[in-house]
Design a protein around this ligand. Sequence first.
Ligand SMILES: Nc1ncnc2c1ncn2[C@@H]1O[C@H](COP(=O)(O)OP(=O)(O)OP(=O)(O)O)[C@@H](O)[C@H]1O
Ligand SMILES: [Mg+2]
Length: 412
Amino acid sequence: MNERLAVHLDFGGGTPPRRMGRLGRDPARRAIAFEWDEAFAAAPLPVSPLRAGRYRELLRPDAGRGATLPGLFEDSLPDGWGRLLLDREMAERGVDPAELGDLARLAYVGRHGMGALTYQPELATAPDDAVDLAWFEDVIPRVEDAAAVDELARLRTLAGGSQGARPKLVALIDEGNTRQRDHRGAPGGGWRAVLVKGRGSSDPKGSVEGEIAYGAAMRAAGIRTTPMLPLAGARECFLATDRFDRVGDRRLHTATVAGLLDTGMVHGSIDYLAIVKLARVVTRSAEDVEEVFRRAVFNARAFNRDDHVRNHAFLMDAAGTWRLAPAYDVTFSAGPGGEHSTAIAGEGRRPGRAAFARLAQAAGLKPRRRDAVVDAVDAALAQWPRLADEHDVPRALASRVASAIDAARRWE
Ligand SMILES: Nc1ncnc2c1ncn2[C@@H]1O[C@H](COP(=O)(O)OP(=O)(O)OP(=O)(O)O)[C@@H](O)[C@H]1O
Ligand SMILES: [Mg+2]
């Protein structure tokens, strides 16, 4: 395994990737450190605006929380599904996954991960061919114990360094949304980049349809999302959504709240107050700050409690300008211990108007504006029965959601 990885920022669009520096073992400590390239340090882009401002020094992981990588690069590491695939593949190849360090994991991500960061030299990837959703559906239940090593390698390649627990792949899809091909090919000619996600093994039937209906409710509430559509498998439905880190042949640098604040995947330590502040400092956009507030209200009212630090992201373009990414992974979910992963101004269990008022104040919203946002969210969610019906959410799930929405609206 290579002891060093070159890291580039690749914004695509025909512009050559820009070398940012290299990751390697930190001789002073038993960890990995990042050394900035001199040319980059002389004219840097704010890739990690809160944690990396001194480009003449090594960027090190936060030893205090036992991190092994700086948060900036942790965002490139697959977790959940992607990690499972690599671990399973390595086990099949006779390599102990516990021996596989972060540098190797990033080398498997290579040039085709999420966002614009690339890692080289990259380790083996499967050949580029068509994406077969029927095969994907068939292999998902076999991943734990009955998939062949070449299938696992193919799945890992298709996952493209994406994160999250549910089975997923990234692909290019044609204009008619009927054909998909390998995500590593060139987009254009009507092909665009999508993320395709299936139901998790512990999710209720219809949860994919539920997420698509939640998308419609969010847009009705004025929240930005990428277009979402259902793709039929042989047995179940998959969610396909346009990738926000790929725009035509261009790529955007992507960082989650976990990456920007270098928190790791901790639950319960981050509040929407911190995300409001982050949006203000990083984007300097009043619109994005208000959008964070709107999403917090929506998540409270719609019981999206799995709103953890990797489920909120920001995007940076080639000019170094940051914006809040569209909302994603918004579904009906109980959350850890029945609470929001991200508390709303201190309230994780029953957030209502009092918590919204504290958050709105921190977001600099006047009471009238704050109330208009809450009313817009409530009005959108009042349409839930119709939206659920339109998007084929099974009756049982739709009515559980309806009761939850009803209950949440009464919290003070
Ligand atoms: N539209 C999108 N464009 C680009 N990247 C996306 C998009 N939606 C999600 N992602 C990225 O893919 C990851 C996985 O997506 P998502 O959170 O929906 O999956 P999940 O498996 O349901 O996650 P979790 O484990 O949090 O429940 C996200 O963390 C985000 O980094
Ligand atoms: Mg997620």
